[in-house]
Design a binder for this molecule. Structure first.
Ligand SMILES: Nc1ncnc2c1ncn2[C@@H]1O[C@H](COP(=O)(O)OP(=O)(O)OP(=O)(O)O)[C@@H](O)[C@H]1O
Length: 250
């Protein structure tokens, strides 16, 4: 059993406080509360239309928070500016396959939050890009057009794009939708390996109940179509003594 002092060494990364959201007159999220700490792995589940994508878009600043508050790294989203600390992989079907960019250009665009995809890139930024391509094992296809790739390869490219800034929080919206079972399993293995070996917090929407049950160790139950969170807590991976040691060494 962990003491309170041990648990408290992990900082809050996301705090949702009484969040509600409506599209015109349709209320999608009502009075949602949740908190995730450093290095937690959070599975977000809920039936179609429960508001999962809407919630992620609020957390990454693409939709306004009108009711309640979201705190990111302890700060209200209304004042938050450190967006490079957050990597976001949107749902696959929001990507246009005719987009005329190479994998390398897509990955580099993660540095600029889409402001200017083709601006001049420094040597150190190229190295950052090479590192992200290597982590995702897609160096060989770096110069291919993104639209020519398989669904699994495209997802790796978008994950590399989200990782290029070395984010502290990685947000994934159904990352394996439309991908065959074998590639899905490989992709999930990659994500769980990253969770175990990198100091990152994960928030992932998934309909894959086997994955939630297998990795997060809880049997998901649908609750009136509402969003639910299943968490593998940071202290299940690393206790605070190890964490303090790691911090004192870096
Ligand atoms: N831009 C929009 N304008 C109006 N309504 C929207 C908009 N985006 C989503 N909705 C509606 O809000 C509800 C929640 O949508 P959302 O995509 O957040 O659900 P979800 O839980 O991610 O669903 P799924 O599991 O199918 O991906 C749905 O009823 C949807 O039709």
């Amino acid at each position: 059993m962990l003491s309170l002092a041990q648990e408290d060494c992990h900082e809050h990364i996301i705090e949702l406080e009484n969040i509600s959201f409506s599209y015109r007159d349709q209320q999608v999220i009502s009075d949602l509360n949740f908190a995730a700490k450093e290095r937690d792995f959070v599975g977000v589940i809920g039936s179609n239309g429960a508001g999962k994508t809407t919630l992620l878009r609020m957390i990454v600043g693409l939709l306004p928070v009108e009711n309640g508050d979201i705190r990111l790294f302890g700060q209200s989203i209304r004042k938050f500016k450190d967006w490079e600390r957050i990597g976001y992989v949107p749902q696959k079907n929001t990507f246009n396959p005719l987009f005329p960019a190479t994998v390398r250009e897509v990955v580099l665009s993660g540095l600029y939050n889409n402001k200017n995809l083709f601006r001049r890139v420094s040597k150190s930024q190229q190295r950052q890009c090479d590192d992200a391509l290597e982590v995702m094992r897609i160096q060989e296809i770096a110069n291919k057009r993104i639209g020519e790739l398989s669904g699994g390869q495209q997802q790796r490219a978008f994950l590399a794009r989200a990782l290029i800034n070395h984010p502290d929080l990685l947000i994934l919206d159904e990352p394996t939708v439309g991908i065959d079972a074998e590639t899905q399993a490989g992709f999930f293995e990659l994500i769980t390996h990253m969770h175990a070996h990198h100091h990152m917090t994960f928030l992932m929407v998934s309909h894959d109940m086997d994955m939630i049950e297998g990795y997060l160790g809880k049997t998901p139950k649908q609750k009136n179509g509402k969003i639910q969170f299943y968490v593998r807590h940071s202290h299940e991976i690393q206790n605070c003594e190890e964490q303090n040691l790691q911090h004192s060494l870096t």
